[in-house]
Unconditional design. Sequence first.
Length: 448
Amino acid sequence: MSDQGPELPNFQPEAFPGAILAGAQSRLIPYGIPLRFFVAASMFQIVAWGLLTYGHADVSAFFGGYGVVLAALHALTLGVLAMTAMGASYQLLSVATGVVLKSLLLCRLSSWLYIPGTGLLVSAMFIGNTPVMLLGGVLAVAGLALFGVTVGTVFWQSKSLQATVRHGWVALISMTLLVVAGLSLIVDFNTGFLGVGLLPEHAKLALSHGLLGGYGFMGILVMGFSYVLVPMFVLSPTPNPKLAGVSLGVNLAGLILAIGGVLSGNTAAMIVAAVLGLIGAGIYLHLLLKALRTGMKRRLGLSFVMVRASWGLLIASIVIGGLAAIVPLDFNLLHLFGFILIFGWLLTFLTGILQRILPFLATMHAHKIGRPAPRMSEMGHQNITLKLHALCHGAALVLVSLGILLELDVLVLLGGGFGVVGAVAFLWFALGVSETVMTLYGKEEQSK
Ligand code: HEM
Protein backbone atom coordinates (compact mmCIF):
# COMPACT_ATOMS: atom_id res chain seq x y z
CA MET A 1 0.00 0.00 0.00
CA SER A 2 0.97 3.59 -0.50
CA ASP A 3 2.38 5.52 2.46
CA GLN A 4 2.18 8.83 0.66
CA GLY A 5 0.23 11.83 1.85
CA PRO A 6 -3.40 12.53 0.99
CA GLU A 7 -4.70 13.08 -2.53
CA LEU A 8 -4.86 16.79 -3.41
CA PRO A 9 -8.14 17.30 -5.29
CA ASN A 10 -7.62 20.97 -6.18
CA PHE A 11 -3.88 20.82 -6.71
CA GLN A 12 -3.21 23.38 -9.46
CA PRO A 13 0.49 24.24 -9.77
CA GLU A 14 -0.14 25.52 -13.33
CA ALA A 15 0.92 29.10 -12.92
CA PHE A 16 4.09 28.55 -10.93
CA PRO A 17 5.64 25.10 -10.79
CA GLY A 18 7.71 26.10 -7.74
CA ALA A 19 4.36 25.66 -5.93
CA ILE A 20 4.78 21.94 -6.56
CA LEU A 21 7.31 21.92 -3.76
CA ALA A 22 4.76 23.09 -1.19
CA GLY A 23 3.88 19.96 0.80
CA ALA A 24 5.87 17.80 -1.62
CA GLN A 25 7.46 15.83 1.23
CA SER A 26 4.11 14.26 2.05
CA ARG A 27 3.92 12.83 -1.49
CA LEU A 28 7.36 11.22 -1.45
CA ILE A 29 7.47 7.51 -2.19
CA PRO A 30 10.08 5.33 -0.41
CA TYR A 31 13.52 6.43 -1.61
CA GLY A 32 14.44 2.86 -2.54
CA ILE A 33 12.02 2.85 -5.48
CA PRO A 34 13.41 5.70 -7.60
CA LEU A 35 16.91 4.94 -6.32
CA ARG A 36 17.04 1.39 -7.73
CA PHE A 37 16.20 2.77 -11.19
CA PHE A 38 18.76 5.59 -10.92
CA VAL A 39 21.57 3.34 -9.68
CA ALA A 40 20.76 0.70 -12.34
CA ALA A 41 20.75 3.46 -15.00
CA SER A 42 24.16 4.70 -13.81
CA MET A 43 25.53 1.13 -14.05
CA PHE A 44 24.02 0.52 -17.48
CA GLN A 45 25.67 3.74 -18.66
CA ILE A 46 29.06 2.15 -17.96
CA VAL A 47 27.94 -1.01 -19.79
CA ALA A 48 26.73 1.01 -22.81
CA TRP A 49 29.95 2.99 -23.24
CA GLY A 50 31.97 -0.14 -22.45
CA LEU A 51 30.23 -2.11 -25.21
CA LEU A 52 30.67 0.78 -27.63
CA THR A 53 34.37 0.83 -26.83
CA TYR A 54 34.67 -2.94 -27.19
CA GLY A 55 32.77 -2.87 -30.51
CA HIS A 56 34.48 0.29 -31.81
CA ALA A 57 35.39 -1.39 -35.10
CA ASP A 58 31.74 -2.36 -35.76
CA VAL A 59 30.10 1.01 -35.11
CA SER A 60 30.57 2.60 -38.55
CA ALA A 61 29.87 -0.74 -40.22
CA PHE A 62 26.59 -1.33 -38.33
CA PHE A 63 23.72 -2.06 -40.66
CA GLY A 64 21.31 -3.77 -38.29
CA GLY A 65 21.29 -7.23 -36.77
CA TYR A 66 22.41 -8.41 -33.35
CA GLY A 67 25.89 -8.09 -31.88
CA VAL A 68 27.85 -5.64 -29.79
CA VAL A 69 26.46 -2.45 -31.36
CA LEU A 70 22.83 -3.46 -30.86
CA ALA A 71 23.68 -4.44 -27.27
CA ALA A 72 25.38 -1.06 -26.63
CA LEU A 73 22.39 0.76 -28.13
CA HIS A 74 19.89 -1.01 -25.89
CA ALA A 75 22.09 -0.82 -22.79
CA LEU A 76 21.73 2.91 -23.38
CA THR A 77 18.11 3.22 -24.55
CA LEU A 78 16.49 0.73 -22.19
CA GLY A 79 19.21 0.54 -19.54
CA VAL A 80 19.79 4.26 -19.06
CA LEU A 81 17.15 6.39 -20.79
CA ALA A 82 13.94 4.47 -20.10
CA MET A 83 15.33 3.34 -16.69
CA THR A 84 15.87 6.97 -15.60
CA ALA A 85 12.48 7.99 -16.99
CA MET A 86 10.76 5.25 -14.97
CA GLY A 87 12.42 6.18 -11.67
CA ALA A 88 11.81 9.89 -12.23
CA SER A 89 8.18 9.38 -13.32
CA TYR A 90 7.26 7.29 -10.29
CA GLN A 91 8.49 9.97 -7.90
CA LEU A 92 7.99 13.23 -9.73
CA LEU A 93 4.59 12.64 -11.29
CA SER A 94 2.87 12.19 -7.96
CA VAL A 95 4.75 15.17 -6.51
CA ALA A 96 3.95 17.32 -9.55
CA THR A 97 0.32 16.37 -10.15
CA GLY A 98 -0.77 15.78 -6.56
CA VAL A 99 -2.18 12.36 -7.57
CA VAL A 100 -1.13 9.65 -5.14
CA LEU A 101 0.21 6.43 -6.71
CA LYS A 102 -2.38 3.78 -5.90
CA SER A 103 0.03 0.88 -5.60
CA LEU A 104 3.71 0.99 -4.85
CA LEU A 105 3.73 -2.77 -5.41
CA LEU A 106 3.25 -2.15 -9.14
CA CYS A 107 6.27 0.18 -9.16
CA ARG A 108 8.36 -2.42 -7.34
CA LEU A 109 7.10 -5.24 -9.57
CA SER A 110 7.99 -3.24 -12.67
CA SER A 111 11.55 -2.84 -11.37
CA TRP A 112 11.86 -6.59 -10.62
CA LEU A 113 10.82 -7.40 -14.19
CA TYR A 114 12.40 -4.51 -16.05
CA ILE A 115 15.91 -4.34 -14.57
CA PRO A 116 16.85 -8.04 -14.97
CA GLY A 117 14.86 -8.21 -18.23
CA THR A 118 16.93 -5.41 -19.71
CA GLY A 119 20.13 -7.09 -18.51
CA LEU A 120 19.08 -10.35 -20.16
CA LEU A 121 18.02 -8.65 -23.41
CA VAL A 122 21.28 -6.72 -23.69
CA SER A 123 23.39 -9.83 -22.94
CA ALA A 124 21.45 -11.89 -25.49
CA MET A 125 21.77 -9.14 -28.12
CA PHE A 126 25.52 -9.21 -27.50
CA ILE A 127 25.90 -12.99 -27.93
CA GLY A 128 23.16 -13.24 -30.58
CA ASN A 129 20.90 -15.73 -28.79
CA THR A 130 17.36 -15.16 -30.07
CA PRO A 131 15.34 -17.24 -27.52
CA VAL A 132 17.08 -15.51 -24.61
CA MET A 133 16.60 -12.18 -26.40
CA LEU A 134 12.89 -12.92 -26.53
CA LEU A 135 12.78 -13.89 -22.86
CA GLY A 136 14.64 -10.71 -21.84
CA GLY A 137 12.46 -8.66 -24.20
CA VAL A 138 9.23 -10.07 -22.75
CA LEU A 139 10.38 -9.38 -19.16
CA ALA A 140 11.46 -5.83 -20.02
CA VAL A 141 8.22 -5.21 -21.91
CA ALA A 142 6.20 -6.55 -18.94
CA GLY A 143 8.03 -4.03 -16.73
CA LEU A 144 7.27 -1.27 -19.22
CA ALA A 145 3.61 -2.32 -19.32
CA LEU A 146 3.32 -1.96 -15.52
CA PHE A 147 5.03 1.40 -15.82
CA GLY A 148 2.49 2.37 -18.50
CA VAL A 149 -0.44 1.33 -16.29
CA THR A 150 0.94 3.20 -13.27
CA VAL A 151 1.74 6.50 -14.97
CA GLY A 152 -1.30 6.19 -17.27
CA THR A 153 -3.49 6.11 -14.14
CA VAL A 154 -1.79 9.27 -12.86
CA PHE A 155 -2.29 10.99 -16.25
CA TRP A 156 -5.94 9.95 -16.23
CA GLN A 157 -6.57 11.33 -12.74
CA SER A 158 -4.46 14.47 -13.00
CA LYS A 159 -6.38 17.73 -13.19
CA SER A 160 -3.24 19.80 -13.59
CA LEU A 161 -0.16 20.01 -15.84
CA GLN A 162 -2.15 19.27 -18.97
CA ALA A 163 0.78 19.92 -21.35
CA THR A 164 2.88 17.29 -19.56
CA VAL A 165 -0.04 14.87 -19.40
CA ARG A 166 -0.74 15.17 -23.17
CA HIS A 167 2.94 14.54 -23.90
CA GLY A 168 2.76 11.57 -21.54
CA TRP A 169 -0.12 9.98 -23.47
CA VAL A 170 1.72 10.34 -26.79
CA ALA A 171 4.84 8.84 -25.19
CA LEU A 172 2.87 5.85 -23.85
CA ILE A 173 1.26 5.17 -27.25
CA SER A 174 4.70 5.38 -28.90
CA MET A 175 6.06 3.01 -26.25
CA THR A 176 3.34 0.48 -27.05
CA LEU A 177 4.09 0.58 -30.79
CA LEU A 178 7.83 0.52 -30.12
CA VAL A 179 7.70 -2.66 -28.02
CA VAL A 180 5.45 -4.44 -30.54
CA ALA A 181 7.99 -3.55 -33.26
CA GLY A 182 10.92 -4.56 -31.00
CA LEU A 183 9.48 -7.99 -30.18
CA SER A 184 8.54 -8.54 -33.87
CA LEU A 185 12.13 -7.75 -34.90
CA ILE A 186 13.43 -10.37 -32.45
CA VAL A 187 10.99 -13.01 -33.71
CA ASP A 188 11.96 -12.12 -37.28
CA PHE A 189 15.63 -12.96 -36.60
CA ASN A 190 14.66 -16.64 -36.59
CA THR A 191 11.47 -16.80 -38.62
CA GLY A 192 11.94 -14.16 -41.33
CA PHE A 193 8.20 -13.38 -41.33
CA LEU A 194 8.72 -9.66 -42.00
CA GLY A 195 8.63 -8.37 -45.58
CA VAL A 196 6.01 -10.95 -46.53
CA GLY A 197 2.72 -9.57 -47.93
CA LEU A 198 1.86 -6.21 -46.41
CA LEU A 199 4.32 -6.56 -43.52
CA PRO A 200 7.21 -4.04 -43.52
CA GLU A 201 10.76 -5.21 -44.27
CA HIS A 202 13.02 -5.87 -41.28
CA ALA A 203 15.40 -2.92 -41.91
CA LYS A 204 12.55 -0.45 -42.43
CA LEU A 205 10.74 -1.64 -39.32
CA ALA A 206 14.01 -1.42 -37.35
CA LEU A 207 14.51 2.22 -38.35
CA SER A 208 10.85 3.07 -37.62
CA HIS A 209 11.25 1.37 -34.22
CA GLY A 210 14.35 3.50 -33.55
CA LEU A 211 12.42 6.68 -34.44
CA LEU A 212 9.47 5.65 -32.26
CA GLY A 213 11.84 4.96 -29.34
CA GLY A 214 14.09 8.00 -29.75
CA TYR A 215 11.59 10.73 -30.62
CA GLY A 216 8.21 9.16 -29.84
CA PHE A 217 8.68 7.47 -26.48
CA MET A 218 11.77 9.02 -24.89
CA GLY A 219 11.81 12.33 -26.78
CA ILE A 220 8.18 13.29 -26.21
CA LEU A 221 8.34 12.09 -22.58
CA VAL A 222 11.45 14.19 -21.98
CA MET A 223 9.79 17.24 -23.58
CA GLY A 224 6.66 16.80 -21.45
CA PHE A 225 8.69 16.50 -18.25
CA SER A 226 10.79 19.53 -19.20
CA TYR A 227 7.69 21.73 -18.92
CA VAL A 228 7.53 20.85 -15.20
CA LEU A 229 11.13 20.25 -14.24
CA VAL A 230 12.84 23.21 -15.86
CA PRO A 231 10.45 25.86 -14.43
CA MET A 232 10.58 24.06 -11.07
CA PHE A 233 14.38 24.19 -10.92
CA VAL A 234 14.76 27.75 -12.28
CA LEU A 235 11.68 29.09 -10.43
CA SER A 236 9.90 30.54 -13.44
CA PRO A 237 6.23 30.67 -14.46
CA THR A 238 4.88 27.68 -16.39
CA PRO A 239 5.52 27.82 -20.15
CA ASN A 240 2.44 28.68 -22.22
CA PRO A 241 0.44 25.39 -22.35
CA LYS A 242 -1.21 26.27 -25.68
CA LEU A 243 2.16 26.73 -27.39
CA ALA A 244 3.39 23.53 -25.73
CA GLY A 245 0.36 21.82 -27.29
CA VAL A 246 1.21 23.27 -30.72
CA SER A 247 4.79 21.99 -30.35
CA LEU A 248 3.47 18.53 -29.45
CA GLY A 249 1.10 18.50 -32.45
CA VAL A 250 3.82 19.56 -34.90
CA ASN A 251 6.30 17.05 -33.44
CA LEU A 252 3.75 14.28 -33.64
CA ALA A 253 2.91 15.13 -37.27
CA GLY A 254 6.67 15.10 -38.03
CA LEU A 255 7.10 11.71 -36.34
CA ILE A 256 4.18 10.12 -38.18
CA LEU A 257 5.44 11.52 -41.49
CA ALA A 258 9.00 10.32 -40.80
CA ILE A 259 7.82 6.79 -40.04
CA GLY A 260 5.51 6.81 -43.07
CA GLY A 261 8.45 8.03 -45.17
CA VAL A 262 10.77 5.29 -43.86
CA LEU A 263 8.21 2.52 -44.36
CA SER A 264 7.25 3.66 -47.87
CA GLY A 265 10.77 4.74 -48.87
CA ASN A 266 9.52 8.29 -49.58
CA THR A 267 12.44 10.73 -49.18
CA ALA A 268 10.28 13.86 -49.62
CA ALA A 269 8.11 12.80 -46.65
CA MET A 270 11.23 12.34 -44.51
CA ILE A 271 12.51 15.80 -45.43
CA VAL A 272 9.16 17.46 -44.62
CA ALA A 273 9.17 15.45 -41.37
CA ALA A 274 12.59 16.92 -40.46
CA VAL A 275 11.29 20.45 -41.16
CA LEU A 276 8.26 19.81 -38.94
CA GLY A 277 10.58 18.38 -36.28
CA LEU A 278 12.66 21.56 -36.39
CA ILE A 279 9.55 23.73 -36.00
CA GLY A 280 8.21 21.61 -33.12
CA ALA A 281 11.60 21.54 -31.36
CA GLY A 282 11.99 25.29 -32.03
CA ILE A 283 8.74 26.08 -30.21
CA TYR A 284 9.73 23.77 -27.33
CA LEU A 285 13.11 25.48 -27.00
CA HIS A 286 11.56 28.95 -27.28
CA LEU A 287 9.32 28.13 -24.29
CA LEU A 288 12.11 26.70 -22.16
CA LEU A 289 14.69 29.37 -22.98
CA LYS A 290 12.05 31.91 -21.94
CA ALA A 291 11.68 30.01 -18.66
CA LEU A 292 15.46 30.26 -18.15
CA ARG A 293 15.37 34.02 -18.90
CA THR A 294 12.45 34.75 -16.57
CA GLY A 295 13.39 32.31 -13.81
CA MET A 296 14.34 33.72 -10.41
CA LYS A 297 17.24 31.32 -10.10
CA ARG A 298 20.21 32.56 -12.07
CA ARG A 299 23.10 30.33 -11.06
CA LEU A 300 22.02 27.04 -12.53
CA GLY A 301 25.31 25.18 -12.40
CA LEU A 302 26.73 22.34 -14.44
CA SER A 303 23.45 20.46 -14.80
CA PHE A 304 22.02 23.25 -16.91
CA VAL A 305 25.19 23.44 -19.01
CA MET A 306 24.39 19.81 -19.87
CA VAL A 307 20.72 20.60 -20.45
CA ARG A 308 21.54 23.52 -22.78
CA ALA A 309 24.06 21.37 -24.66
CA SER A 310 21.43 18.66 -25.04
CA TRP A 311 19.05 21.17 -26.64
CA GLY A 312 21.69 22.00 -29.26
CA LEU A 313 22.09 18.26 -29.87
CA LEU A 314 18.32 17.88 -30.30
CA ILE A 315 18.41 20.37 -33.19
CA ALA A 316 21.59 18.74 -34.56
CA SER A 317 19.92 15.31 -34.52
CA ILE A 318 16.98 16.54 -36.61
CA VAL A 319 19.24 18.33 -39.12
CA ILE A 320 21.49 15.27 -39.46
CA GLY A 321 18.41 13.03 -39.73
CA GLY A 322 17.07 15.19 -42.58
CA LEU A 323 20.44 15.10 -44.36
CA ALA A 324 20.65 11.33 -43.83
CA ALA A 325 17.29 11.00 -45.60
CA ILE A 326 18.76 12.76 -48.66
CA VAL A 327 22.23 11.15 -48.73
CA PRO A 328 22.07 8.14 -46.36
CA LEU A 329 25.41 6.65 -47.40
CA ASP A 330 27.56 9.80 -47.33
CA PHE A 331 29.68 10.50 -44.25
CA ASN A 332 27.90 7.71 -42.35
CA LEU A 333 25.11 10.21 -41.68
CA LEU A 334 22.59 7.57 -40.65
CA HIS A 335 24.93 6.25 -37.95
CA LEU A 336 25.81 9.74 -36.82
CA PHE A 337 22.09 10.54 -36.62
CA GLY A 338 21.42 7.58 -34.30
CA PHE A 339 24.43 8.44 -32.13
CA ILE A 340 23.58 12.14 -31.76
CA LEU A 341 19.92 11.34 -31.06
CA ILE A 342 20.52 8.69 -28.38
CA PHE A 343 23.95 9.35 -26.83
CA GLY A 344 23.81 13.08 -27.67
CA TRP A 345 20.44 14.70 -27.02
CA LEU A 346 18.71 12.15 -24.77
CA LEU A 347 21.66 10.95 -22.67
CA THR A 348 23.03 14.47 -22.15
CA PHE A 349 19.60 15.79 -21.12
CA LEU A 350 18.83 12.93 -18.75
CA THR A 351 22.22 12.93 -17.00
CA GLY A 352 21.97 16.74 -16.73
CA ILE A 353 18.54 16.51 -15.09
CA LEU A 354 19.38 13.45 -12.98
CA GLN A 355 22.32 15.23 -11.37
CA ARG A 356 19.77 17.79 -10.18
CA ILE A 357 17.01 15.35 -9.20
CA LEU A 358 19.16 13.08 -7.01
CA PRO A 359 20.32 15.73 -4.49
CA PHE A 360 16.91 17.40 -4.67
CA LEU A 361 15.15 14.18 -3.64
CA ALA A 362 17.72 13.61 -0.91
CA THR A 363 16.94 17.06 0.52
CA MET A 364 13.21 16.42 0.42
CA HIS A 365 13.67 13.11 2.28
CA ALA A 366 15.77 14.88 4.92
CA HIS A 367 12.98 17.43 5.42
CA LYS A 368 10.42 14.64 5.57
CA ILE A 369 12.13 12.97 8.52
CA GLY A 370 13.00 16.29 10.14
CA ARG A 371 16.77 16.06 9.70
CA PRO A 372 19.04 18.90 8.61
CA ALA A 373 19.76 18.30 4.91
CA PRO A 374 23.35 18.49 3.70
CA ARG A 375 23.92 21.23 1.08
CA MET A 376 22.82 19.97 -2.30
CA SER A 377 26.09 20.99 -3.92
CA GLU A 378 28.08 18.95 -1.39
CA MET A 379 26.39 15.62 -2.05
CA GLY A 380 28.09 12.93 -4.12
CA HIS A 381 31.53 14.64 -4.31
CA GLN A 382 30.17 16.79 -7.15
CA ASN A 383 33.31 18.86 -7.51
CA ILE A 384 35.12 15.81 -8.80
CA THR A 385 32.43 13.42 -10.02
CA LEU A 386 30.15 15.68 -12.02
CA LYS A 387 32.95 17.80 -13.49
CA LEU A 388 34.80 14.67 -14.57
CA HIS A 389 31.59 13.23 -16.01
CA ALA A 390 30.78 16.40 -17.98
CA LEU A 391 34.31 16.68 -19.40
CA CYS A 392 34.51 13.01 -20.37
CA HIS A 393 30.96 12.98 -21.75
CA GLY A 394 31.71 16.00 -23.96
CA ALA A 395 34.99 14.48 -25.17
CA ALA A 396 33.27 11.15 -25.85
CA LEU A 397 30.53 12.78 -27.94
CA VAL A 398 33.01 14.76 -30.04
CA LEU A 399 35.44 11.86 -30.58
CA VAL A 400 32.84 9.22 -31.41
CA SER A 401 31.01 11.62 -33.77
CA LEU A 402 34.27 12.36 -35.59
CA GLY A 403 35.12 8.67 -35.63
CA ILE A 404 31.78 7.87 -37.28
CA LEU A 405 32.00 10.77 -39.77
CA LEU A 406 35.57 10.02 -40.82
CA GLU A 407 35.27 6.24 -40.40
CA LEU A 408 38.21 6.26 -37.99
CA ASP A 409 37.62 3.41 -35.53
CA VAL A 410 40.45 4.57 -33.28
CA LEU A 411 38.50 7.77 -32.50
CA VAL A 412 35.44 5.69 -31.60
CA LEU A 413 37.68 3.61 -29.32
CA LEU A 414 39.11 6.70 -27.66
CA GLY A 415 35.71 8.37 -27.35
CA GLY A 416 34.18 5.20 -25.89
CA GLY A 417 37.02 5.12 -23.32
CA PHE A 418 36.20 8.69 -22.24
CA GLY A 419 32.54 7.68 -22.06
CA VAL A 420 33.38 4.82 -19.68
CA VAL A 421 35.41 7.08 -17.38
CA GLY A 422 32.61 9.68 -17.35
CA ALA A 423 30.00 7.00 -16.61
CA VAL A 424 32.09 5.62 -13.70
CA ALA A 425 32.31 9.17 -12.29
CA PHE A 426 28.54 9.49 -12.61
CA LEU A 427 27.95 6.22 -10.76
CA TRP A 428 30.29 7.43 -8.01
CA PHE A 429 28.13 10.56 -7.72
CA ALA A 430 24.84 8.58 -7.67
CA LEU A 431 26.16 6.20 -4.98
CA GLY A 432 27.48 9.14 -2.96
CA VAL A 433 24.06 10.83 -2.88
CA SER A 434 22.35 7.53 -2.07
CA GLU A 435 24.72 6.99 0.83
CA THR A 436 23.77 10.41 2.19
CA VAL A 437 20.09 9.45 2.25
CA MET A 438 20.77 5.99 3.67
CA THR A 439 22.78 7.62 6.47
CA LEU A 440 19.91 10.01 7.19
CA TYR A 441 17.43 7.14 7.44
CA GLY A 442 19.94 5.12 9.49
CA LYS A 443 20.12 7.95 12.05
CA GLU A 444 16.32 8.18 12.01
CA GLU A 445 16.09 4.45 12.89
CA GLN A 446 18.68 4.80 15.68
CA SER A 447 16.87 7.76 17.20
CA LYS A 448 13.59 5.79 17.48
C1 HEM B 1 13.49 3.26 -25.45
C2 HEM B 1 13.37 2.13 -26.08
C3 HEM B 1 14.10 1.74 -27.34
C4 HEM B 1 14.81 2.51 -28.22
C5 HEM B 1 15.07 4.02 -28.16
C6 HEM B 1 15.31 1.63 -29.25
C7 HEM B 1 16.10 2.03 -30.31
C8 HEM B 1 16.55 1.22 -31.31
C9 HEM B 1 17.35 1.64 -32.44
C10 HEM B 1 17.83 3.08 -32.67
C11 HEM B 1 17.58 0.55 -33.21
C12 HEM B 1 18.42 0.49 -34.49
C13 HEM B 1 17.51 0.69 -35.65
C14 HEM B 1 18.18 0.42 -36.97
O1 HEM B 1 18.92 -0.56 -37.10
O2 HEM B 1 17.93 1.19 -37.90
C15 HEM B 1 16.94 -0.57 -32.58
C16 HEM B 1 16.94 -1.85 -33.07
C17 HEM B 1 16.35 -2.93 -32.45
N1 HEM B 1 15.62 -2.91 -31.28
FE1 HEM B 1 15.27 -1.31 -30.13
N2 HEM B 1 14.90 0.35 -28.98
C18 HEM B 1 14.15 0.38 -27.83
C19 HEM B 1 13.52 -0.69 -27.22
C20 HEM B 1 13.54 -1.98 -27.68
C21 HEM B 1 12.84 -3.10 -27.08
C22 HEM B 1 11.97 -3.00 -25.82
C23 HEM B 1 13.12 -4.20 -27.84
C24 HEM B 1 12.68 -5.61 -27.66
C25 HEM B 1 11.82 -6.02 -26.80
C26 HEM B 1 13.98 -3.78 -28.92
C27 HEM B 1 14.48 -4.60 -29.91
C28 HEM B 1 15.23 -4.20 -31.00
C29 HEM B 1 15.73 -5.10 -32.01
C30 HEM B 1 15.52 -6.58 -32.07
C31 HEM B 1 16.43 -4.30 -32.92
C32 HEM B 1 17.25 -4.86 -34.09
C33 HEM B 1 16.87 -4.48 -35.41
C34 HEM B 1 17.86 -4.97 -36.43
O3 HEM B 1 17.85 -6.15 -36.73
O4 HEM B 1 18.60 -4.19 -36.93
N3 HEM B 1 14.22 -2.44 -28.80
N4 HEM B 1 16.31 -0.15 -31.43
